[in-house]
Every structure is written in C-alpha cells, then in structure tokens.
Design a protein around this ligand. Structure first.
Ligand code: CTP
Length: 397
C-alpha cells in the first residue's frame, strides 16, 4: 500500500507498544514518519522508531529540520492517516481545546488527513467526564478512536484503559486507509428509524425500529465520499458526522421531506420502518378511560416508496427494505414489483441476529430481475457496504 502514515507517540507506559505498531505498519509497505512528544521520549528512545520506520524521528519543534520534509506542515500534508498511539488524556484534551504547543499537536491541527487515536490511560482518567466529553467532541469532528481494552493496568488498577492490541490498531488503520472514495459526486438519500403517529398529546403508535441500519448506510456512504441526506424518524442514535439530517415524526412528515429531496438524489435507500396507518383523529386532550373497550379508527398513510417508484427517473436507483415474519422472499419480490424498485433488502425478523434492535442483520438482497444474494449474519455496517456496492453498480450501468 503506497501510503503515508504519521504516527504520533505520546507519553504513556504503552509507548513501547507503539514500536510494534510501527513495525506492523511497515510490513504493510506503508511509509511511516514518527513524531514523539517530550514525555514519550522518557519512555522509549527515538532511535527505536528511527530504526523501525527507516525515517528520521521528529522530536522537537525548534530543531533544525534535517530535510524540508520534516517541517510539521510538510508532514501534515503528506499524511494519508495520522495515528496517535498511545493517546493520553492530556493529548486528547489539548486537541479538543485547540492547543498546539508541540510538534505532534501542531501537526494534527494542520492536517486534513483522517486521524485515528488509540487511547490508553488509567481507568478513572478514562471515565472522567471531561475526558469523555473531549472524546465525544473529537468523534463529532470526524476523528476516529480505537477503544482501550479492559485489563490490568501498569498502575496496578484493573479496568478499561489498556492500549488495544497492536494488531487491532493496525487493522483499524488499514481499514481507514483502504476506504475508497468511490461514491464521490453521488447523491444519496437515506431514510431511517420508525415513525410516530400521535393518538393524543400523550400516546402514539410506533414500531421497534432503532434506525441502526439506515444510519449505518448513511455513515458508510459519507465515508465513501457521497453527499448524503438522512431523513430520520425518532431514534436514540447520535447525529452522524458530515450528513445533512432532517428529523421527522409521522409518515406524512417523512413523505413531504423525502419528496423535497427526491429529484436531487441519484440513489434512494428507504430503510425507515414506516407506519402504514395513523389514527384518523388526533385528540386535542388526553383521552380518558371508562369501563368500555376502546378502539381507534386508523387511516391509511401514503406509501412513500410506492410514490417514489412512480416518479423515478431514468438513472435513479431506488432501494427498499422488506421486514417480514413469514414468506420472506415471496413478499419481498411482490414489493419490488409494486413499488418499482431496483432491489430490495429483505430481513426475516424471526431470525436471531436480524432485525430492529440488533447491531447485526441477516438479509437477502433481491434485484428486480429476481437475482438473490443471500448474506450471512453480518454487522449492519458491512451490509451497508454491500447495499452501496450494488447501488453503485446499477448507477454505472
Ligand atoms: N414504506 C414506505 N411507506 C410506507 C410503508 C413502507 O415508504 N407507508 C417502505 C419502507 O421504508 C420499506 C418498504 O416500503 O423500504 C417496505 O416496507 P414494509 O413495512 O416491509 O412493507 P409494506 O410496504 O408496509 O407492506 P406490509 O406492511 O404489508 O408488509
């Protein structure tokens, strides 16, 4: 892999493991430049990194540059990935606070490359709300983290804070370097989550959708360079970074918002679990109980996807989901025809590891020509990649 990784080593006992990380990166034929903080040099000698990386190690912001290349701006520009290992609470805090007072923090501030941080620190420090807030802030800004592992720490405590295994850190780095921007220039509209149909000011009708699948599609599409609009029903998920998100509650609201963006989109992926019916009348005040049974009259909601199918232009790709508990393939195939879809992602909700709340899914992707791709149980992110791969092929046809 002909890419440049800048490794920042900070002052924690796990600094010695950074040597293993650098050695593994070199085995992947990556060019590695190391920047060490002053405190990192208390734990491990720069010569170790110089020998492993076969590059001069930057240790001081004010020393005479050995070549023009070691200036911090040069390294910031050269980096395809900036990996900080180990990442101390101090460095996280500095970056989150915009402080650039040494070579490492200055270079991070100046880089446009992806940043991956492998944190390692004492458990109480890691759990400190200030550190957690800082991590959250950096994540929201698009920086990536390898979570620390749980184990016995150098200080003798037991808990979360141990540097992740070098193998895991390198795998994460390779993954970030390999993400190709193959969807650059493509416009993707994703819907996610459930809808909420009010009955009165207190109650509503909804379903078990968590939104995880749609958010995974939106996040993956952005990572691959697409411009993404996400229209989301109510979920507990964090706002994905780099995405234009519109929040809706009811099917009608989703319908209107989707129509606003439909013409713009090259691909529409409708993973939302939409309520087909809404209460015919929404009571102004809380409905009071009495001793009789009670029923609610429901009115049919628009079928958003079917409407999009009618309006679909040549070149647009329309993807639906089918959540079924019986006759999965038969029902899913009917939906492809009825809604004029290019393909559908069918889930059997009765299977363990598939469906709403889970982080995994078991899906069958069926296209309009009846071709089936049975997917094994996989992370929703992985399924998102498959869905986007298929949409991309159709866009190119
Ligand atoms: N969908 C939609 N508008 C609706 C209902 C569903 O856009 N009013 C979309 C969903 O987002 C999904 C696909 O249609 O992509 C299939 O949804 P699903 O709930 O599986 O099926 P329905 O069409 O509602 O049919 P049924 O409830 O009879 O299974």
């Amino acid at each position: 892999m002909n890419k440049n990784v800048v490794v920042g080593v900070t002052g924690g006992i796990a600094a010695y493991k950074a040597a293993d990380v650098v050695s593994r990166l070199k085995k992947h034929s990556l060019n590695v430049n190391v920047i060490m903080t002053k405190s990192a040099q208390q734990f491990i000698h720069p010569l170790t990194f110089q020998s492993l990386s076969q590059n001069y190690v930057v240790t001081d912001m004010f020393e005479e540059p050995k070549t023009w290349e070691v200036e911090h701006i040069a390294l910031a520009q050269k980096a395809d990935l900036f990996l900080v290992v180990p990442t101390t609470a101090n460095v996280i805090g500095k970056i989150a606070g915009g402080i650039a007072d040494d070579m490492l923090t200055t270079t991070i501030m100046a880089t446009k490359a992806q940043v991956l941080m492998a944190s390692a620190m004492n458990t109480n420090m890691y759990n400190n709300p200030i550190v957690q807030e800082n991590i959250k802030k950096l994540k929201n800004l698009g920086m990536h983290f390898v979570e620390p592992a749980v184990g016995r720490l150098a200080c003798g405590d037991y808990g979360k804070g141990k540097l992740a295994e070098p193998e895991e850190i390198v795998n994460e780095a390779i993954k970030l370097l390999s993400i190709n921007k193959d969807l650059q220039g493509k416009k993707i509209l994703v819907t996610a989550g459930p809808t909420k149909e009010p009955i009165d000011p207190v109650r509503y009708i909804t379903n078990h959708s968590s939104g995880k699948m749609g958010y995974a599609v939106a996040e993956t599409a952005v990572a691959r360079g697409a411009e993404v609009v996400l229209i989301s029903g109510p979920t507990n998920l964090e706002n994905p970074v780099g995405i234009k998100k519109f929040d809706v509650n009811t099917t009608n609201e989703m319908y209107e918002e989707v129509l606003k963006h439909f013409e713009w989109a090259d691909v529409v992926i409708k993973s939302a679990a939409v309520a087909d019916y809404r209460p015919s009348v929404v009571a102004d005040n809380k409905i009071k109980k009495n001793d009789d049974d009670f029923s609610i009259k429901l009115t049919r909601n628009p079928d958003i996807l079917m409407e999009l199918g009618k309006r679909k232009k040549k070149g647009q790709v329309l993807v639906g989901f089918a959540a079924e508990t019986q006759n999965l393939l038969e029902n899913a195939k009917k939906k492809i025809q009825k809604k004029n879809l290019d393909f559908i992602v069918a889930n059997d909700l009765t299977k363990k590891g598939a469906g709403f709340k889970s982080d995994t899914n078991i899906a069958t992707i069926i296209d309009k020509n009846g071709h089936l791709e049975q997917c094994a149980k996989m992370e929703k992110k992985e399924l998102a990649e498959k869905i986007l791969d298929k949409a991309k092929i159709l866009l190119e046809e």
